[in-house]
Write a protein that binds this ligand. Structure first.
Ligand SMILES: Cc1cc2nc3c(=O)[nH]c(=O)nc-3n(C[C@H](O)[C@H](O)[C@H](O)COP(=O)(O)OP(=O)(O)OC[C@H]3O[C@@H](n4cnc5c(N)ncnc54)[C@H](O)[C@@H]3O)c2cc1C
Ligand SMILES: NC(=O)c1ccc[n+]([C@@H]2O[C@H](COP(=O)([O-])OP(=O)(O)OC[C@H]3O[C@@H](n4cnc5c(N)ncnc54)[C@H](O)[C@@H]3O)[C@@H](O)[C@H]2O)c1
Length: 453
């Protein structure tokens, strides 16, 4: 008889979701984590970065902003600590886990068995193999929020979500920021217009953007860090933040020994139900590389447990209608497919600049736009304006506005329905109705255009 029904490895968003879902289903659960419950989101990710952005936007000093970050992290951490988990009936074991067999895990010499095991060990910052980088002091998201004093200048390697959010926050806190990004624009992979709009916003905040180039070498110049770029330029800064993506935390789990397959970057391979290649072992969250955001990790953690309990109608992870938000100002929010990924589908795009949205005008920040993409439904074609395939929004409140198109996608709603639903005036969300109206007639002289692929 195994010691428990489920062992969850990792106490981040995915692990906490898996453990509480299993507990609610009446299962005996052990949560093993070598870090505090809450994981990256609470301690190194969403919570400190959003607090820092907010503090920087409200004009706080560097010292006050960092103090606020520490207080906020403690407050959030207090809602999910070991005691609270134990009160829910979850056994918490602190330490680093390793598989001994497909049903056995060892933690510091203690062996535990279970019917099912969920791997939710997350990811860590990945440092690229740039010559000299291993010999300079560098910050990652695991150390950037611990700085006691403001650096005079900061070089940021990578302009993904971390690079853009933290570049804006530090620039607003009075730090001279230079961002170096290999790809031609910031937030590569997203709609190029969103990337351009965010580049403009970061530049307005005083961030120097060096895109389409990378560091070929790193070194020190006195007390400063030096990056020699491919294009011949040299960037010097007091501190260097490496924000070039993540690698899964799988290296010492002994996954091979239990038949859990990983991809070429060591992310755990799973099916739609979060099952790995080894029977009885599931995985969830950043360790799968599927949708590296807290709400995705949480959804995967729940599915990893519930799918294992059912033989029919097993829940599946569907990232295609889950939104993501980059919390810069303006915010960038995305759901579904981007226009450049619509090859082979006869689709239409509707576009509304925020300069034509009264709420944005009254807020004196008409930066950004709403773009909705819609395509024909099977049998019904473009009747009712077609179904929503994706949305990109750049706006002060884009992170709130994106949930309407996300819900439309999730429920297979026609764009005509979004256009028919009377929205309150003057809200940011009214822009969604006005954009959707372009698929079924038009709005203020604008009509949806056919996308040429
Ligand atoms: C700066 C930053 C900002 C972010 N902002 C956002 C945001 O605004 N919104 C959003 O949705 N997402 C954001 N993210 C992403 C989000 O933080 C992650 O997607 C999320 O934390 C992933 O959760 P997880 O449970 O998969 O992994 P983690 O939170 O990394 O948890 C994994 C846990 O497992 C433990 N562990 C690892 N190996 C072992 C082992 N062998 N044995 C025992 N325990 C182990 C680790 O210590 C850790 O506690 C941000 C990330 C960063 C870095
Ligand atoms: N708001 C959010 O939801 C949010 C915020 C922050 C982070 N996150 C998540 O955290 C994770 C880490 O974020 P991230 O921004 O570090 O990773 P990322 O993968 O999103 O972006 C990394 C960027 O670094 C660039 N890059 C890679 N190597 C480089 C090099 N040698 N020189 C210059 N540029 C280089 C890439 O082209 C890319 O643009 C991601 O999964 C992200 O989704 C989410």
């Amino acid at each position: 008889m195994p010691d428990s029904d489920v062992i969850v490895l990792g106490g981040g968003a995915a692990g906490l979701a898996a453990a509480s879902t299993a507990r609610r289903a009446g299962l005996r659960v052990v949560l093993v984590s070598d870090g505090e419950p809450g994981g990256d989101c609470t301690f190194n990710g969403c919570v400190p970065s959003k607090t820092l952005l907010h503090a920087a936007a409200s004009g706080m000093s560097f010292g006050d902003a960092l103090a606020r970050v520490r207080r906020t992290v403690s407050r959030v951490a207090a809602t999910e600590n070991d005691d609270i988990l134990r009160q829910q009936g979850i056994e918490v074991v602190r330490g680093r886990a390793r598989f001994s067999s497909a049903r056995t895990v060892s933690v510091d010499g203690r062996r535990m068995t279970a019917r099912r095991i969920v791997i939710a060990t997350g990811a860590r910052p990945a440092v690229p193999p740039i010559p000299g980088l291993d010999r300079v002091p560098l910050l990652t998201t695991e150390s950037v929020f611990d700085q006691a004093e403001a650096p005079g200048s900061l070089a940021v390697l990578g302009a993904g979500a971390v690079g853009c959010e933290l570049a804006q926050a530090f620039a607003r806190l009075g730090v001279e920021v230079t961002v170096v990004e290999t790809e031609p624009g910031v937030l590569p992979g997203l709609d190029p217009e969103a990337s351009a709009a965010l580049s403009d916003a970061l530049t307005e905040d005083g961030v120097r953007l060096r895109t389409g180039t990378t560091a070929r070498a790193a070194g020190r110049d006195g007390r400063q860090v030096r990056l020699d770029l491919d294009d011949g330029e040299t960037v010097r800064a007091d501190r260097l933040l490496v924000a070039t993506g993540r690698r899964p935390d799988t290296h010492d789990l002994a996954l091979n020994s239990v038949g859990v397959r990983t991809d070429e970057r060591d992310f755990v391979l799973v099916d739609r139900h979060m099952a790995t290649s080894a029977r009885g072992i599931s995985a969830a969250g950043d360790v799968t590389g599927l949708f590296p955001h807290t709400h995705g990790a949480y959804a995967m953690g729940r599915i990893a447990v519930t799918a294992g309990l059912r033989r029919t109608r097993r829940p599946a992870f569907e990232p295609s209608s889950i939104p993501l938000v980059v919390f810069t100002e303006p915010e960038v929010a995305v759901v579904g497919t981007a226009e450049h990924d619509l090859a082979g589908i006869s689709a239409r795009a509707a576009y509304l600049p925020m300069t034509e949205v009264d709420r944005a005008i009254t807020a004196a920040d008409p930066r950004g736009f709403v773009k909705l993409l819609a395509g024909p439904r099977r049998l019904l074609g473009n009747v009712g304006g077609g179904r929503v395939l994706g949305a990109t929004i750049v706006a002060e409140r884009a992170g709130e506005m994106i949930h309407e198109p996300a819900l439309a996608m999730r429920t297979g709603m026609f764009t005509g329905r979004l256009a028919q639903a009377v929205h309150a005036y003057p809200t940011w969300s009214l822009a969604i109705q006005q954009t959707a109206a372009q698929f079924v007639g038009g709005h203020a002289g604008r009509v949806a255009r056919t996308i040429r692929t």
